[in-house]
Design a protein around this ligand. Structure first.
Ligand code: AP5
Length: 245
């Protein structure tokens, strides 16, 4: 692995901006491991681990899980994939970002680039209220923009889709407050290190993806696309349905 290449990415953005949707495709494209802290928290909850149980109340209310729990859930996964990762949902506050920097520094590594995906509140509400998730394969749907073939049934597993516990109106409001108070300051943290790219999350999934890939290419044309283990061409064939106007 060429350590001068850019293999350690962080995606920031408000709830529902499309971090998970874009993160999954980008990680595949760049050959990096997609580490979504929310997925890890939900996995611990599903497995009823001590950490999962301890995180439940915070999660359901839309609050950030305390750092002491989050670090135990997320950091081992990050450090296992330190050669090439795309972090989605972590770090989520300055303390987490500083801890991540310290851990990477011990390996002579650093966060190379941060992507901030933005979206207006009205769009966020529309996306989160209509998001549905397969309880088995965890595939994420949207009732309009990424609808399953059969209403409310997973295309892969044929089981009924569910709404996330934190996609209630009350929890979304708190998640937005948490984002503004705790996570948005990270934009300045990374901007001051000249590591922040900002991209609008509006438009269809493919359009947002092209926008991000265009920015990445401007940032680092030759290296960014070549170095991740097993990098692939962007998967633009996903059949996202156009949202009715
Ligand atoms: P987490 O799971 O990270 O939730 P989030 O940050 O609120 O983000 P979301 O998953 O809601 O949205 P997204 O941006 O990934 O959007 P998506 O692509 O799904 O965290 C949940 C909780 O876990 C936290 O509140 C906290 O309690 C805890 N937690 C996690 N990490 C933590 C940490 N580091 N520290 C402390 N606590 C932590 O898209 C949303 C919907 O829109 C989908 O239906 C999708 O199909 C659709 N969609 C996506 N893109 C488009 C598009 N371009 N057009 C139309 N629809 C679209």
């Amino acid at each position: 692995m060429n350590e001068s290449s850019h293999n350690r990415f962080v995606i920031l953005g408000p709830p529902g901006a499309g971090k998970g949707t874009q993160g999954k495709i980008l990680a595949e494209t760049l050959g990096l491991r997609h580490i979504a802290s929310g997925d890890l928290v939900r996995q611990h909850q599903a497995n009823e681990t001590t950490l999962g149980i301890a995180s439940q109340t915070y999660y359901s209310m839309g609050l950030l899980v305390p750092d002491v729990i989050t670090f135990q859930i997320v950091l081992p996964e990050v450090l296992k994939a330190a050669d090439g990762f795309l972090l989605d949902g972590f770090p989520r506050n300055i303390h987490q970002a500083e801890r991540l920097d310290q851990e990477l520094k011990l390996k002579n590594l650093q966060v190379d680039l941060t992507l901030l995906i933005t979206a207006p509140e009205e769009e966020i509400m529309h996306r989160l209220a209509n998001r549905r998730v397969c309880p088995t394969c965890k595939r994420v749907y949207h009732k309009q923009s990424a609808a399953p073939v059969v209403d409310n049934v997973c295309d892969n597993c044929q089981v009924p889709l569910l709404q996330r516990k934190d996609d209630t109106l009350d929890a979304i409001k708190i998640r937005m407050e948490e984002y503004h108070a705790q996570t948005l300051p990270l934009a300045q943290y990374y901007r001051s290190q000249n590591k922040l790219m900002e991209v609008s999350g509006l438009g269809e999934v493919q359009d947002v993806l092209h926008r991000i890939l265009g920015c990445l290419q401007e940032y680092q044309p030759s290296e960014t696309f070549a170095n991740g283990p097993g990098a692939q061409q962007p998967n633009l064939s996903l059949s996202f349905k156009k949202r009715p106007v």
